[in-house]
Design a protein around this ligand. Structure first.
Ligand SMILES: Nc1ncnc2c1ncn2[C@@H]1O[C@H](COP(=O)(O)OP(=O)(O)OP(=O)(O)O)[C@@H](O)[C@H]1O
Length: 233
């Protein structure tokens, strides 16, 4: 579904990603692990089209993304991204956020997706007419995910979805992400919390100073034992 071949990028003269390669199959969940500043967010942004590619190539669903012009093409291509910072319109209600995200969808389909969002996260139905900015951090994260899912992306990019959430809420969100993968959505997940990453990921890549230093299955990483995890970074 996604093939990243030897990409490099950065900011100004500073190189942040150096010859990074990875692949994600249909319905596969891949986690990107690494220290702060390793380049994980930059990698997601580059895949989504928010960051120019200095060298290397990206392929999505077998097609080259070399001639992509703007990140605004990502949704039409079938990508969705949830950044780590809050990503709702705080002065709009939950329902208005979801409807806004679903603009461009045909009316019946949009209403159907809305109902599915409420099925995924019943609390959003209860809070439909509440301003999104007044919700808890976890509920806002649910709104973000539901907004992105209005377009049923084939590739979902998630930047630290569990950050700052209680374990119960994080698990609720990750359970939905696991469900999406089992329904065929490909996932790229950036996570600081390795246990949470392993609860979703089939495979992991470790990024250090902008380079991939390890790729292995989630099971292999699990088998190393928790106490060995940090040595990898
Ligand atoms: N807009 C920017 N302008 C200049 N440098 C940036 C910018 N965004 C990120 N960087 C730098 O790029 C490097 C990688 O940052 P990035 O956010 O991709 O890392 P990360 O692995 O996601 O870390 P974190 O877990 O802290 O978010 C860092 O050195 C960071 O300071």
């Amino acid at each position: 579904m996604l093939l990243v071949k030897g990409i490099s990028t950065g900011f100004g003269k500073k190189r942040v990603l150096d010859d990074v390669g990875l692949n994600v199959k249909k319905g596969e969940a891949v986690a990107i692990l690494g220290h702060n500043g390793a380049g994980k967010t930059t990698l997601l942004q580059t895949i989504y089209g928010l960051q120019p590619v200095w060298s290397g190539s990206l392929y999505f669903d077998g097609k080259s993304l070399d001639d992509r012009h703007a990140a605004s093409e990502a949704v039409a291509l079938g990508m969705g991204m949830i950044p780590s910072e809050r990503f709702v319109f705080p002065d709009l209600t939950v329902l208005e956020n979801l409807r806004l995200s679903g603009r461009g969808l045909e009316g019946v389909l949009r209403e159907q997706r809305l109902e599915e969002a409420y099925d995924d996260f019943p609390i959003l139905s209860e809070r439909a007419h509440q301003l999104a900015g007044s919700l808890s951090g976890g509920q806002q994260r649910m709104v973000s995910l539901a907004m992105v899912l209005m377009h049923r992306p084939r590739l979902l990019l998630l930047d630290e979805p569990s950050l700052g959430l209680s374990p119960a809420i994080a698990e609720q969100i990750m359970a939905r992400v696991r469900g999406l993968a089992s329904e065929g959505t490909s996932i790229v997940l950036v996570e600081q919390n390795i246990a949470i990453a392993l609860s979703v990921a089939d495979r992991v890549y470790v990024l250090r100073s902008g380079r991939i230093i390890l790729e292995e299955s989630a099971r292999e990483l699990e088998n190393r034992g928790r106490e060995k995890w940090w040595e990898l970074f």
